[in-house]
Design a protein around this ligand. Structure first.
Ligand code: NAG
Ligand code: NAG
Ligand code: NAG
Length: 266
């Protein structure tokens, strides 16, 4: 299935909702889509010892967050390398060394991207081959605004699965630690509740699978993602899909995606 125009999309969904699964399925169905992950870009730049990677690593080693502007710069570089973003002016290379040791986000920003020039400086491609799912960034409305100035996202998918269903799905896993046998209380329940079938020994649940831990995690996700979703809602690019499982969500997502970006297969 090919696209009629560039899709620049972000999937927003709680942990456990299957964002990775939807990303893989979309890419398989629409081969023009690539995944651009800010985390992967960061790791790659650190590994390759690029000026940006070295700076980011020093931030991480100091226990501070990698500033938004650095992440944005990684994304700009990636899109530029792919030929999807072009800038009129080549920035002097020395800006990298001059910014080392700066702490404030704004200072780094003014070094990397002179603010008043930002919108004029970059042109983006609308060719279908310049289609991507951006992963890991933006996470806040402020980050989203900065990305907007550079390249507009044209579909944000709010993937929605009821909290109790996510928790059910994740927290029904019990393990017999000595043997590693895994039980799944919905589909592969032990013969006696809480006991290993073979030894009769007690089963345990990973601490990460504790429903209370998940409830808190999901609640926190809801709170932090709300401003981001509202930001994109105001721009008219938000679309919500509901479903209790990935298999329920995928066909709805494909249909909407097709409606917005697809052309008929030939
Ligand atoms: C339990 O099994 C079902 C069906 O195979 C699966 O969809 C679900 O993800 C499993 N849950 C866990 C926690 O492994
Ligand atoms: C995202 O989906 C949730 C769950 O259906 C819904 O409550 C929320 O309103 C949606 N967010 C926005 C901004 O539309
Ligand atoms: C999804 O889960 C909700 C809440 O548990 C339930 O009411 C609904 O019937 C389920 N939908 C489907 C299609 O199974």
């Amino acid at each position: 299935m090919s696209l009629s125009r560039a899709a620049r999309i972000i999937l927003v969904g709680a942990p456990g909702v299957g964002k990775g699964t939807q990303t893989e399925r979309l890419m398989k169905r629409f081969p023009e889509l690539s995944s651009i992950s800010s985390g992967d870009l960061l790791r790659l730049n650190v590994r390759n010892r690029t000026p940006l990677g070295i700076q980011a690593e020093s931030k991480m080693k100091a226990g501070t967050l990698v500033p938004d502007t650095m992440i944005l710069r990684l994304i700009i570089n990636e899109l530029t390398n792919r030929g999807w973003l072009t800038s009129d002016t080549i920035r002097p290379y020395t800006i990298y060394s001059s910014s080392i040791g700066m702490d404030s986000d704004d200072t780094v920003d003014s070094v990397f991207i002179p603010s008043p020039l930002r919108t004029q400086k970059y042109n983006y491609s609308d060719s279908p081959s310049a289609s991507f799912i951006l992963d890991g960034f933006p996470r806040t409305a402020a980050q989203a605004s900065r990305l907007d100035e550079l390249i507009p996202i044209n579909l944000v998918v709010n993937i929605s699965t009821p909290t109790d269903i996510i928790i059910d799905r994740i927290c029904n896993r019990w393990v017999h630690a000595p043997s590693g046998r895994v039980y799944n209380t919905t589909f592969n329940a032990p013969k006696t509740e809480g006991k290993d079938d073979i030894t009769g020994e007690p089963l345990t649940r990973r601490e990460d699978d504790d429903p209370e831990v998940w409830k808190a995690r999901l609640k926190s996700f809801e709170e932090t993602s709300l401003p981001l979703l509202e930001h994109y809602d105001k721009l008219g690019v938000l679309w919500t899909v509901k479903g209790n499982s990935s298999d329920e969500i995928t066909p709805r997502l494909f249909k909407e995606f097709n409606r917005r970006f697809g052309v008929l297969e030939n």
